[in-house]
Write a protein that binds this ligand. Structure first.
Ligand code: NAD
Length: 255
């Protein structure tokens, strides 16, 4: 059985959705976890309390905007301070405002780039620096998207940021391997969370998508992503770096 006993994990976007499910899976496997979120303190506090009671691990939470360089770096340092170090960093925080390409204004574009792309860089670079100083190796996992490989109407800007993370992870995998730090990606397909709640409740759109795009025959759940994260963070995955695990019910495999 994969286990992470004694590991110290930071999960950005950990207050709900995919990040929360990954945090839960890591804590169940034995890791202490810091949940980073933006303006979601009440929920983060309640989930930290629940996870702590369920797993007996130390679960903390920090409110910080990953798209703000100074705030992101300070948040990572604070997370390491709370846990006495950092071994696992899951860069998951992200936004998606569905907008037709011709209507994407500069504020919308900049917000996606800052949160989804720059935020991933700010957080994981600081985490990697701390891991390198510790000399104990480490694990970095980006939650990208199948949108890193192909795009979609109203998600042009979003998919561009995810594609950026994909190649960022590959470069980091090369440079951080000598430090015993692996860098990998989880690319979810369509997972029902707050980010797409309206679309996920549109029964005919979902049925149509399942019929034409999803061999597994159902929408994804946040819990579908936890196992991939535990594996990539485990010692069994020490030779896996620069890789992506798609968690998409086969969507990306289809023509
Ligand atoms: P969600 O809206 O349920 O959760 C988003 C989380 O990110 C929250 O905890 C929120 O507080 C945090 N967050 C948002 N902006 C932030 C910021 N600037 N700084 C710090 N935290 C911030 O969304 P989700 O569906 O769970 O998405 C999680 C990740 O998975 C995102 O990167 C998203 O792009 C990716 N993803 C989601 C899907 C899907 O279908 N749900 C598919 C592919 C990829």
């Amino acid at each position: 059985m994969l286990e992470l006993a004694g590991s110290r994990a930071l999960v950005t976007g950990g207050s709900r959705g995919i990040g929360l499910s990954i945090a839960e899976a890591l804590a169940v496997a034995g890791a202490d976890v810091v949940l980073c979120h933006l303006n979601d303190g009440e929920r983060a506090a309640a989930e930290a309390k629940r996870l702590s009671a369920k797993t007996g691990r130390k679960i903390s939470h920090i409110d910080a905007d990953v798209g703000d360089c100074d705030a992101a770096r300070a948040m990572v340092a604070k997370a390491a301070e709370l846990m006495g170090g950092i071994d696992l960093c899951i860069s998951n925080a992200g936004i998606c405002q569905f907008t037709p390409f011709l209507e994407i204004d500069s504020a919308n574009w900049s917000k996606h780039v800052a949160t989804n792309f720059s935020g991933g860089f700010f957080v994981t670079q600081r985490a990697a620096q701390l891991m390198a100083e510790q000399k104990t190796g480490g694990r970095i996992v980006f939650v990208t998207s199948v949108g890193a490989f192909r795009s979609n109407a109203t998600q042009t800007h979003y998919c561009a940021t995810k594609s950026g993370l994909h190649i960022l992870a590959m470069g980091m995998a090369i440079e951080l391997a000598p430090f015993g730090i692996t860098v990998n990606c989880i690319a979810p397909g369509w997972i029902h969370t707050d980010i797409n709640d309206a679309a996920s409740r549109d029964t005919s759109a979902v049925e149509n998508w399942i019929q034409w795009n999803c061999p597994a025959g159902r929408l994804g759940k946040p819990q579908d992503c936890g196992g991939a994260a535990v594996f990539l963070c485990s010692k069994e995955a020490s030779y896996v770096t620069g890789a992506t695990i798609t968690v998409d019910g086969g969507w990306n495999a289809k023509l």
